[in-house]
Design a protein. Structure first.
Length: 630
């Protein structure tokens, strides 16, 4: 058991060293335009205004001056570094690390460590910003694993043993709690969460109402506990469940910077609640006076320093009072797993930790938050997307095995699976149901037979054709099968991209474009490869036929569609080679996500001679070909 955690720490070290080596190689050897195409760099930049935010952090607003159709990797909380390019094209990096506070399309807000850093940025002629190695998150995970490994005779040690050994997990004994508005499996899961003294897992396959169940469980837990901690791996997942809790009238304090800053979530963030506190104006005035005194050259220096010291002491008192008020009023503290290490949460303890999307979180990240609680509730689906692991050695060693998987294996009695899905019609649901969920899922009658057209097949496979002619000069030259994308990492299939859009257009014309616009039928185009996604986006933008429909069409990778659903889903599989190589399409959890995004229609464009070398895709093709008999 301890050996498993020690081994995991070794694997995490391999992942860290691999990422560090990659970063150093990219910084030293990779050209800036290649970094831009890979989404890890913005260049050139223009600097807008700078100001102190409500947390007294110096921030600067940035804009990238070229609008490239590239999925960038910048997110709130990620560290970044700045550089400038001289006339000869040489890059020089500035010797400070900043942090992304907010990012949207071509705008970014970054918090800076000092006024000197701001001066360097504003003085630079050709400025760029690049993702920096996130050593802080690794440090937190290593510290958490050390704490768990060394824990003895405390609650952390007990939870470790319960999760990793055959040590029994106990339950409270009270009458079942009824949730008549939930279905039977949801009600059972919510009741199990309330009864668990140590650990519980809510296994929620696609469309089964995992979030609904979790919100009910949290709401009922708050009848028994003053405050709970709610976490997830990503900001987006934290925001999603926080919004649902807010809709139930639960008071939330959202720590950190949400990736998707909606009006609803903005008012629940720590920063906005801090700003709205009655004492905030007084605190802001004191902070402004302190900055003015630092800049002043008038009067006696010693007197000025004494006045600054008195003002700082008063500011600290006000800040403490505001923080205690905010934390006392909140029933739910919501943050990412890494965010649970926020200095303001230091020393605070919670009865229950709820981890949503737990199947996407590294186990080490989960222990960062678990150190603060007495019991754990995990929710997610370990049959969907796993954690992202970059090191092949760490991946093959099993770093992607999550705490949720471990508990499901060691403590099956602590797991409750939701089995009624409300998303897909039955024809789409049946294949992933048998492949991933042992046939345990059932379609709710409200979705079981629904469709868009009469006498339509809900799922179809369109054979990827060999190209007959080239695209115009603006696109990559066509050749039979797949090609490496311009970034040298991803893959594209231009012929298949053109065929995919033509197939989708044919289906839209069968439905009627006016009907789609009137009924707001939404469409998702998915490809496992970023290169193909970018190619499809360019083609959609250039064809005027799609213009009225663009607001209803989303084009993204499988990871980008996690947690989402659409009326119509088209998947461009890309792979087309004589060797039958499917690459990372062999990670079937990724394909489970892609297939299960569709509500009423699923179209797969794929080259079956390539894909059907893999038994999963052979079964999928057979199922679609014989769907009426399956």
């Amino acid at each position: 058991m301890i050996q498993d955690l020690v081994r995991q720490k070794d694997l995490l070290l391999k992942e860290y060293e691999f990422e560090k080596e990659q970063f150093q190689r990219q910084t030293q050897n990779m050209g800036v335009q290649k970094k831009v195409r890979r989404g890890m760099c913005w260049f050139p930049l223009s600097v807008s205004r700078s100001y102190y935010n409500s947390l007294d952090q110096l921030v600067v607003e940035l804009r990238r001056t070229t609008d490239l159709d590239v999925e960038h990797q910048f997110e709130p909380g990620k560290p970044v570094c700045f550089f400038q390019e001289d006339a000869s094209g040489m890059l020089s990096y500035m010797k400070f690390v900043a942090q992304v506070s907010f990012v949207e399309e071509n705008s970014m807000v970054v918090s800076l460590p000092s006024a000197q850093a701001l001066a360097q940025i504003t003085d630079a002629d050709r400025l760029g910003v690049q993702l920096y190695l996130d050593e802080y998150t690794y440090r937190l995970m290593f510290q958490a694993l050390d704490s768990v490994i060394s824990a003895k005779d405390n609650r952390l040690a007990q939870l470790r043993d319960i999760c990793h050994t055959s040590a029994p997990a106990s339950q409270f004994s009270f009458e079942p709690v009824r949730f008549p508005w939930l279905n039977a499996s949801q009600e059972k899961a919510a009741d199990m969460v309330l009864r668990a003294k140590d650990v519980a897992v809510v296994h929620g396959p696609p469309g089964t109402g995992k979030t609904t169940t979790l919100v009910e469980a949290i709401y009922e837990t708050l009848r028994r506990e003053v405050q709970v901690l709610v976490c997830a791996q990503s900001n987006m997942a934290v925001d999603w469940i926080s919004e649902k809790l807010s809709e139930r009238g639960v008071s939330i304090l959202r720590m950190g910077n949400p990736t998707r800053v909606t009006d609803r979530m903005l008012q629940d963030t720590y920063e906005r609640r801090f700003e709205r506190h009655p004492l905030y104006d007084q605190l802001w005035g004191i902070r402004r006076s302190i900055r003015q005194l630092y800049d002043s050259r008038e009067g006696n220096r010693e007197n000025r320093h004494q006045k600054i010291a008195r003002l700082k002491e008063r500011a600290a008192e006000l800040e403490y009072t505001i923080n205690e008020s905010l934390f006392t009023d909140a029933r739910v503290i919501a943050c990412t797993l890494t965010g649970s290490a926020h200095p303001l949460l230091q020393g605070r303890r919670f009865g229950t930790l709820f981890i949503d999307e737990a199947a996407q979180a590294l186990e080490a990240a989960c222990w960062i938050a678990i150190q603060k609680v007495d019991r754990i509730v995990l929710a997610g689906d370990h049959r969907q997307l796993p954690p992202t692991i970059k090191s092949p050695a760490a991946l093959s060693g099993g770093l992607d095995k999550t705490l949720m998987q471990t508990i499901c294996e060691n403590k099956p009695r602590c797991v409750s699976m939701l089995n009624v899905q409300y998303r897909m019609c039955d024809e789409i649901m049946q294949f992933p149901n048998r492949e991933f969920y042992d046939g345990q899922l059932h379609s709710d009658p409200s979705v079981k037979y629904r469709g868009i057209l009469d006498w339509d097949t809900a799922i179809e496979w369109i054979e990827s054709e060999e190209p007959l002619e080239s695209l115009d000069r603006l696109e990559p030259p066509e050749s039979p099968g797949e090609l490496l994308a311009s970034d040298g990492l991803s893959r594209i299939n231009p012929a298949e991209a053109r065929q995919a859009l033509q197939s989708l257009r044919n289906y839209i014309e069968r439905i009627g474009r006016d009907r789609i616009l009137h009924e707001r039928l939404d469409i998702g185009i998915i490809s496992p490869y970023k290169g193909q996604v970018q190619l499809l986006r360019r083609m959609l933008r250039r064809e005027s036929w799609w213009k009225p429909l663009r607001q209803l069409i989303s084009v993204n990778t499988v990871d980008g569609f996690q947690g989402q659903e659409r009326d119509i889903i088209l998947i461009s599989m890309v792979r087309n080679n004589e060797q039958g190589q499917v690459g990372f399409l062999a990670d079937l959890r990724r394909m489970n996500v892609a297939i299960t995004r569709a509500r009423m229609k699923l179209i797969i464009i794929g080259h079956s001679p390539t894909l059907c070398h893999h038994p999963f895709y052979k079964r999928l093709k057979h199922y679609i070909d014989n769907i009426t008999e399956y």
